[in-house]
Structures are given as C-alpha cells and as structure tokens.
Design a protein around this ligand. Structure first.
Ligand code: HEC
Ligand code: HEC
Length: 384
C-alpha cells in the first residue's frame, strides 16, 4: 500500500510540474521554481527539457562557478545567418547559476518574449525579460530581486540589480549612415554567451604559458557537460551552418592569440563593442558613465565571419592606438603599445585595484590568467 501510494504521488507530482511549467510566462515569476529550471527544486532535479552548456572561454567572475542552461522552443531554429549575431526564436530561455564556496547564490534568467522590430527604447527591452533570483539559506527556493544584494549568503559575491543587467546585455553594434543617423532602427538587448565561437567542440583552448594561472572555476566550467555546435547542427537547430562542422576553434591565430582575442570578447566586448562610443556609453551604462565618458571606440568582440587575425577589430582598435578618453588631458597614452605592457593603458587598467579598474563592473579581483594572457600577448606583439 505504501509503495503504491508513493508511486502514485510521484506521478501526481510530475503531472503537476508539467502543468505548471509550460515555459509560457511573459513576466518573470517571483520564484525560481516557477521558471521551470528544476523539476524538483528541493532535490535539484533539473528539467529534462533543458540543455546544459558551458562556454569554451568562460567569463571571469572573481572565481565564482557558473552553470548555464538553455530552453529552445520545440520546432524552432536559431537564425545564424549572421555568424556574429544569432537571433533566437521567441520562447527561448537562458539560466545562469552562480555558486561560491559550495553555496548556490543566484540564478539569472533571461527570456525572449517578443520579436517586434520597434526602435530601441532607452532603459527597457522590447523583446527580452531579465531578472536574478537570490537563493535562500537552505537552498529550497530562490526569490526574484529588484535591487542589488551585496555579500550574498555571506560571500563576497554581489547580485546585480535588475537595471544593471542592461549595462552589459544592452544593445550592440550601432552603425551610422552618412548623415550620422542610426542605420539600424531595430536595436535590442541580447544574450552574450551562447555564440558560435563559445560552442565549438574543443574541450579546452588555453595556451600552455598561462595554464598554471587558471583559477579552478575555469577548469570546472569547461569540464561541464555542454551543448556544442555539432550537436546543434546535427539537430538542425541552426538556419545556417557556415563551415562550423567539427571545427575546434572559430577564432584565428595561434593559441595565445586566440585565447587573448576570446578573453577580450568575453570579458570586455559587452561594453566595448561599438564604434560610436558616446551614445554607446550613455545607453549601456546609464547614469554611471554618461557625458565625458564617451569617445572610447574600442571594439573588442571576436569576428568569426572569416576576418583574419590581423584585421580583427580588437587588433585594429587597440595596437599602437592612442587612448581617446583615458589620460586625455596629457594627450593620451597607448591603449596597447606593442611589446611593452607597462606602457599600455589596457594593462594598467586591467591590473589596477583603484577606481579605474577594468572591467568597469562585474568583476573586482584581478584575474591572474587574464593578466598572464595580456602580458604575454603584448610582449609577443613586439617580436614582429
Ligand atoms: C558585467 C556584465 C554583466 C552583467 C551586469 C550581467 N551580465 Fe549576464 N552575462 C554577461 C556575459 C559576458 C555573459 C556571457 C558569458 C558567460 O555566460 O559567462 C552573460 C551571460 C548571461 C546568461 C546566460 C545566457 C547568455 O547571455 O549567454 C544569463 C541568463 C544572464 N547573463 C543573465 C543576466 C541577468 C538577468 C543580469 C542582471 C541581473 C545579468 N546577466 C547581468 C555579462 C553580464
Ligand atoms: C561595464 C562596462 C565595461 C566593461 C565590461 C569594460 N569596460 Fe573598459 N571602459 C568602460 C567605459 C565606460 C570606459 C570609458 C570611461 C573610462 O575610461 O573609465 C572604458 C574605458 C576603457 C579604456 C580606455 C580607452 C580609451 O581610449 O580611453 C580601456 C583601455 C579599457 N576600458 C579596457 C577594458 C578592458 C581590457 C576590459 C575587459 C577586461 C574592459 N575595458 C571592460 C566600460 C567598460
């Protein structure tokens, strides 16, 4: 009788889960359990309709471990015509969960709820909804947050406010026409990690010279199960396959060059991706860096459309280029001076523990691996 009851209850739990979780929400629910990430949040049984993925080149988050999942609505494809900018079908959901010191801290969720081509409205997304859920002490539930939460569960980790999601996930790639008017009237927020170069099949791509500087969080992340480009292609989930089948990397260059380009793309390009910096800064980092902060003009996103290493936007906008804002009063310094990292504003700001530290928000501790890449790469530029 007991066994029978138990079986019965398991079935009823499953049915109620399926009924409650159709992924059809168009506002973020107040509890994480209602976003359908877990079939059973207490036992942490994941929803089998999701796929786990881990970017080949993880973002530095002061050593926190991140796990990520995606839900793609059945039957829909990701439009990959432009290899650098994937367009996701309405209904796509992403989750990213942060843990530190063995504790779950927060789970971030973004969902595509519309596909309107309306002009961009400052401060709000037309098509994507964003939010982060803070975990409770016994990890039985996580609750949607509006405001920043410092020292989450007693750790050094800060949960960002809802508004600051947009600082990094904001619009990308403004272009102006000959009259200096926006060429693209359709601009929207976007996911950042689910990209072609992040989903290639190689198990790791870290140059030997910096291997010992890798924080354990990196090694854990890339060893997680992952949805890959090959799997997406085999399941016919991408509209355009380019030449991605079985590629180990889509980034040009040798191992150090690839890793450095990827590092800039992952850690810096969500802010440094536009050629129209004034507008870019005002919109992307509302309030914080408005006004004088403009005119940076560095583009640090990797271009996987076949652009050779020397022509990658990061090379063109960094190497032997004077800063446009930093130390402007003294005529600027080099962003990257080939062969000399100490004379490079990029290195100084990356290693700074003061107000001018880069990245501007998100991470505060200097990443030893990133520093190693930057130093070796800048030195190698002096060898040609
Ligand atoms: C400091 C910049 C920054 C801020 C602030 C930020 N994100 Fe992200 N986020 C990123 C980057 C970069 C990635 C891709 C790399 C990765 O996943 O590690 C990412 C990835 C994600 C993902 C996985 C899907 C994807 O985009 O690839 C989710 C979900 C997400 N962020 C949600 C949020 C939410 C919700 C907020 C606000 C509470 C937020 N993020 C704030 C930079 C940021
Ligand atoms: C959250 C947004 C954000 C992120 C992420 C970010 N930056 Fe910046 N960065 C800015 C802003 C805003 C400025 C202009 C204001 C200033 O100089 O502080 C800037 C300026 C700079 C400058 C000076 C450029 C010039 O020409 O004056 C350098 C160099 C720089 N960043 C490097 C980096 C590097 C390297 C990374 C990644 C490791 C990074 N930044 C990540 C927002 C960001």
């Amino acid at each position: 009788m007991r066994a029978l009851l138990l079986t019965f209850c398991l079935i009823c739990l499953r049915t109620s889960f399926a009924e409650n979780c159709s992924f059809s929400f168009d506002q973020l629910p107040s509890k994480l359990s209602a976003t359908c990430l877990y079939e059973n949040i207490e036992s942490k049984q994941l929803n089998s309709a999701l796929e786990a993925y881990s970017p080949r080149y993880p973002l530095w988050s002061d050593g926190a471990l991140k796990e990520r999942w995606v839900y793609l609505p059945p039957g829909a494809q990701i439009n990959t015509k432009d290899p650098n900018h994937w367009e996701f079908p309405v209904g796509t959901v992403f989750w990213k969960q942060f843990s530190l010191d063995g504790k779950r801290l927060e789970t971030r969720v973004i969902k595509k709820v519309g596909d309107t081509r309306e002009p961009f409205v400052a401060g709000s997304s037309v098509n994507w909804i964003y939010g982060s859920y803070a975990w409770n002490a016994d990890e039985s539930e996580a609750i949607l947050q509006q405001w920043e939460v410092e020292r989450a569960r007693g750790t050094a980790h800060t949960i960002p406010s809802k508004a600051s999601c947009y600082s990094c996930h904001g619009v990308e790639g403004f272009t102006l026409d000959e009259n200096q008017l926006f060429k693209d009237s359709y601009l929207d927020f976007r996911p950042l990690g689910f990209k072609a170069f992040q989903l290639t099949d190689a198990s790791q791509d870290f140059p030997e010279v910096c291997r010992e500087k890798l924080h354990s969080s990196y090694l854990k992340e890339i060893s997680l199960d992952s949805l890959t480009l090959n799997k997406l292609l085999d399941a016919n989930l991408l509209t355009d396959s380019h030449d991605w089948k079985n590629r180990a990397s889509l980034i040009p260059g040798d191992s150090l060059q690839r890793a450095t380009l990827a590092y800039f793309s992952v850690n810096c390009s969500h802010c440094h991706s536009s050629g129209i910096p004034d507008v870019h800064n005002v919109l992307k980092v509302p309030g914080l860096f408005a006004g004088e902060a403009g005119f940076v003009g560095m583009r640090l996103a990797v271009d996987v459309s076949g652009t050779p290493y020397e022509m990658q936007p990061a090379l063109v906008t960094l190497v032997n280029q004077k800063t446009s804002y930093y130390r402007r009063a003294s005529g600027g310094v080099f962003r990257v001076k080939a062969g000399d990292y100490e004379e490079s504003a990029l290195w100084r700001r990356f290693t700074s523990s003061s107000f001018d530290h880069m990245p501007k928000i998100g991470a505060h501790k200097v990443d030893p691996y990133g520093q190693c890449l930057i130093e070796n790469w800048i030195e190698s530029l002096g060898e040609d």
